[in-house]
Design a protein around this ligand. Structure first.
Ligand code: PGA
Length: 246
């Protein structure tokens, strides 16, 4: 089985001290953490400290959980993707779409800016429970993917399928369901991109991934990795996920 990528979305769970404590615990078991493909997404205020603290684990990537739709300007309290040097950025997370009312136009701006600035962009897509029950999943995914540009500027794109009803709920989508949606996404990207570009696109699942669900989920054929929220911000849980996937 191809080794998976683990993207840890720490959301607003860890402050700077807690983030640094997390990294020092990683360093104690450095072999485990450096043997996996890991991406860390700390809060913006902890990014620089985390970047400095992981200097001895150079294969670990660090990214922003979100960025502003603009690159520069009078946007009090916001953060541009070019404000810090990071490896990656998440755009279109359902918490941004729902809590911050971000629509496709805003996410499109963010995606464009990120594809010009960072090495890897994670675009999150997924339907709400209501949309699922109304059999609108593919329609919603189609709309969310309609912002994909013709060219990825030789950057890496990760499309994370995160059903909104599975995020933070303990409800994990079934393997068959995830595979069906990933196949759909795969067909969409195959219709858009050449084989040369497709190599740089990975498909992830996110939504209540933890040490109990990760092994079974990792058997999904089209799955390249996971976007993990709460379990990634709990050191023991994250360590256990990686131990299980060794
Ligand atoms: P969760 O979050 O693992 O806590 O469900 C996943 C995500 O929002 O990316």
């Amino acid at each position: 089985m191809k080794s998976k990528i683990f993207a840890a979305n720490w959301k607003m769970y860890l402050n700077e001290d807690e983030s640094l404590d997390f990294i020092s615990r990683m360093l104690i078991n450095k072999d485990l953490f450096t043997s996996h493909n890991i991406m860390l997404f700390p809060s913006h205020t902890s990014l620089n400290s985390v970047k400095n603290a992981i200097i001895d684990m150079p294969n670990i990537k660090v990214g922003m959980q979100d960025c502003d739709a603009s690159l520069f300007g009078a946007v009090t309290g916001s953060n541009s993707i070019s404000s810090l040097s990071v490896d990656a950025c998440i755009v279109g997370h359902s918490e941004r779409r729902i809590i911050f009312n971000e629509d496709n136009d805003i996410i499109n701006e963010k995606l464009k800016n990120c594809l010009e600035t960072v090495e890897t962009v994670i675009l999150c897509v997924g339907e709400t429970l209501e949309e699922k029950n109304d059999h609108k999943t593919f329609k919603i995914i189609d709309k969310q993917l309609s912002i994909l540009p013709k060219n990825l500027n030789e950057k890496k794109l990760i499309i994370a399928y995160e059903p909104v009803w599975a995020i933070g709920t303990g409800l994990v989508a079934s393997n068959d369901y995830i595979q069906e949606v990933l196949s759909y996404i795969n067909n969409v990207i195959k219709s858009l991109y050449s084989d040369k570009i497709l190599i740089d696109i990975n498909l992830f699942y996110g939504g209540s991934v933890d040490e109990k669900s990760v092994i079974d989920l990792s058997t999904i054929p089209l799955l390249d990795g996971f976007l993990i929220g709460s379990a990634s911000a709990d050191f023991e849980k994250f360590e256990n996920i990686l131990k299980k996937m060794r």
